[in-house]
Design a protein around this ligand. Structure first.
Ligand SMILES: [Zn+2]
Ligand SMILES: [Zn+2]
Ligand SMILES: [Zn+2]
Ligand SMILES: [Zn+2]
Length: 232
């Protein structure tokens, strides 16, 4: 539109022309034609949080960690006593023990059954409550499932009432492969830090050029279409 006929050509163009149909300064942009970008507060860039999947530090991305077996302390072997069945003492029984009264050597035996799947040695100690704790010790080697007596000679102090006797069976300690770790000494466990995924989410702040103002920090005034002036 040609507005030149309303303007006084002797005046500079920047001066306000107030006649009807003329242009005035745009109050939206203070006649600059530009307004501040609200999306970035005129900075031209915006900060965003970016989620990244990083390799788990704890398991180096494998999802599992190797830990020492607690059952065998990492040795891969475990020790245990042979399993057995106490078939009882054989001889003169006095209450829970064995009775001795005659002043002569007597033989007592304790019957032991090997209930284990391994062969091994079983030791028996018989002790008399005769004031001197007279004891005798013996042992026997038994195959799995085998039962045998362990005979022990004892010579107690004479007493017509007898003495109580007690016995103790001590099975051999055997070394076996640790069943918890299949004799490896170590166990593979799911990494708790990443729940076995091998990755961990990490949030990182990044700055990006503002898409609203293309990084300029200002956008064109919509009211005056960037001209700084609007028609009355
Ligand atoms: Zn404007
Ligand atoms: Zn992990
Ligand atoms: Zn183990
Ligand atoms: Zn912007």
């Amino acid at each position: 539109m040609n507005l030149s006929r309303f303007m006084n050509k002797s005046k500079p163009m920047t001066e306000l022309v107030t006649s009807a149909g003329s242009e005035v300064e745009c109050d939206n942009c203070r006649s600059t034609g530009k307004i501040q970008c609200a999306a970035c507060q005129s900075k031209g860039f915006v900060k965003k949080f970016k989620t990244e999947q990083l390799k788990c530090d704890v398991c180096a991305g494998s999802g599992t960690i190797s830990v020492q077996c607690l059952t065998c302390s990492g040795t891969g072997t475990s020790t245990r006593r042979l399993r057995y069945e106490d078939k009882g003492g054989q001889g003169a029984i006095y209450q829970q023990g064995l009775l001795f009264s005659a002043k002569r050597t007597q033989t007592v035996s304790v019957l032991v059954k090997n209930n284990d799947d391994l062969a091994g040695k079983f030791e028996v100690i018989v002790t008399l409550a005769d004031g001197k704790s007279t004891s005798a010790k013996g042992s026997v080697n038994l195959r799995p499932g085998e039962t045998a007596p362990i005979a022990l000679p004892l010579f107690p102090i004479s007493s017509k009432d007898g003495y109580r006797a007690s016995y103790e069976i001590i099975p051999e300690e055997v070394e076996t492969a640790c069943t918890s770790c299949s004799a490896k000494g170590r166990l593979e466990k799911t990494c708790l830090a990443c729940q076995g995924v091998g990755q961990a989410a990490s949030q990182r702040q990044i700055a990006e050029s503002c898409s609203s103002c293309a990084g300029v920090g200002q956008i064109r005034c919509a009211k005056c279409k960037g001209s700084g002036r609007v028609r009355m």
